[in-house]
Design a protein around this ligand. Sequence first.
Ligand code: SAM
Length: 249
Amino acid sequence: PACLYVVATPIGNLGDFSERAKLILEKVDWIAAEDTRHTQKLLSAFGLRRPLMALHQHNEDQRSQQLIALLQEGKSLALVSDAGTPLISDPGFPLVRAVRAAGFDVVPIPGACALIAALSASGLPTDEFYFAGFLPAKALAREQRLQGLVRMSATLAFYESPHRLLPSLQALATTLGGERQMCLARELTKRYETFLSGSIEQVLAQVEADPQQQKGEFVLLIEGAKQQDQDQAWDEACRWMLALQQEMA
Ligand code: SAM
């Protein structure tokens, strides 16, 4: 049928490529991929041969129109990213929105997602979590983003790249306080998969001491604010209000 499949691919271990994902990628007319060379390698490893086209941040709006034209011709499409679930810190949102708006079905083919894999094994609360994607690269913007999250009680989740790991951990320690519990999940499903747990300060010290721990791909999970912290924040807000009122009276 003319529809768009959003297909998750492995985040390291090829065993996580689902049967259903392979079946879909074998039969669709076109596969839109973040990086066609990268996806070509994955497809070749499984003997899959379908036409690929690039869909990335910079051509997504234009590509979306072309892909909708293909759907109107009755073609079926799949969207994949380099690794994991498309649209999760990856391209695809404008396409999915446009395809739905054009009246076609969008069908998810679920599979690996680094965020969910990390969270499920982290030992931190999972009943409520807030995924904040990548922190901004610039120090001030990063600080501001974190300030906005200080009082949130949900577990906080971030993606991070190797060269920004240390600055991000340092920023987390200064804004959220070094005592908060965290879990650093590295190289999930791969050979050097590692989980470092402890206070932000402890994890930072471990990472600083061992350059090996600074390599690879990371998910950072941080315990949410405790009720006590929230009460303190509230008390402080009330004191400010009172002071302001007195000032204005
Ligand atoms: N769409 C992907 C997903 O579903 O997880 C995420 C894409 S995002 C561009 C890439 C980031 O995801 C990496 O910088 C890292 O933070 C995280 N990531 C991806 N694969 C990972 C892995 N095997 N282990 C730990 N983190 C991973």
